[in-house]
Design a protein around this ligand. Structure first.
Ligand SMILES: [Zn+2]
Length: 182
């Protein structure tokens, strides 16, 4: 079965996203980034074949990791693949409430997720927070959803979900007028 995606990203709201990071006034792309990732996440909830601007993509179905140890292992594994000379580990911890996940750089770098809550334990949410970690460590403490963040998330998606999922994310950003740092 082929899903058709209409790339009028402006019609997507960020209502189901639920993930936050520390935000300043300069984090002007945040809501647009959430909207793109919302749709990307929904596509990966189903996986399968996709017509995409005339390209045929076969997308994986993203995993849902409901246990803390499984998320920690997933994050550690990706860091060992993607971090290069960056050796700062990140700890996964349970977050109270069910509506948000976040990344906190201090006192210990941590990804806080409501463990056991299905939407929050999806790969797209974990990857978003891990991208914050890598970006924070590499870009002098930036927690913005800027070009560098988006480039980092595309790289992580390539490692974790494959090149077609990464392509779809990049295309979604660009379709929304959001640049991606190479
Ligand atoms: Zn974020």
């Amino acid at each position: 079965m082929t899903n058709r995606v209409f790339l009028d990203w402006s019609h997507w709201s960020a209502g189901s996203r639920g993930s936050v990071a520390t935000v300043t006034q300069r984090d002007s792309d945040r809501s647009s980034v959430y909207a793109v990732e919302d749709q990307w996440g929904q596509i990966l909830d189903r996986g399968g074949d996709l017509d995409f601007f005339g390209s045929h993509l076969h997308l994986p179905k993203q995993r849902v990791l409901l246990e803390l140890a499984a998320i920690q292992h997933y994050v550690d594994d990706l860091l060992s693949q993607c971090a290069g000379d960056l050796s700062v580990p990140v700890q996964v911890r349970h977050r109270r409430g069910v509506t948000r996940a976040h990344y906190e750089p201090r006192p210990i770098a941590a990804i806080a997720i409501p463990i056991g809550v299905a939407w929050a334990c999806r790969e797209v949410v974990i990857l978003h927070e891990l991208a914050h970690h890598l970006r924070y460590q590499r870009a002098s403490g930036s927690l913005h959803h800027d070009e560098g963040f988006r480039g980092q998330l595309v790289t992580l998606a390539d490692h974790a979900l494959g090149p077609e999922a990464a392509f779809a994310l990049r295309a979604g950003y660009l379709g929304a007028g959001l640049g991606v740092e190479p």
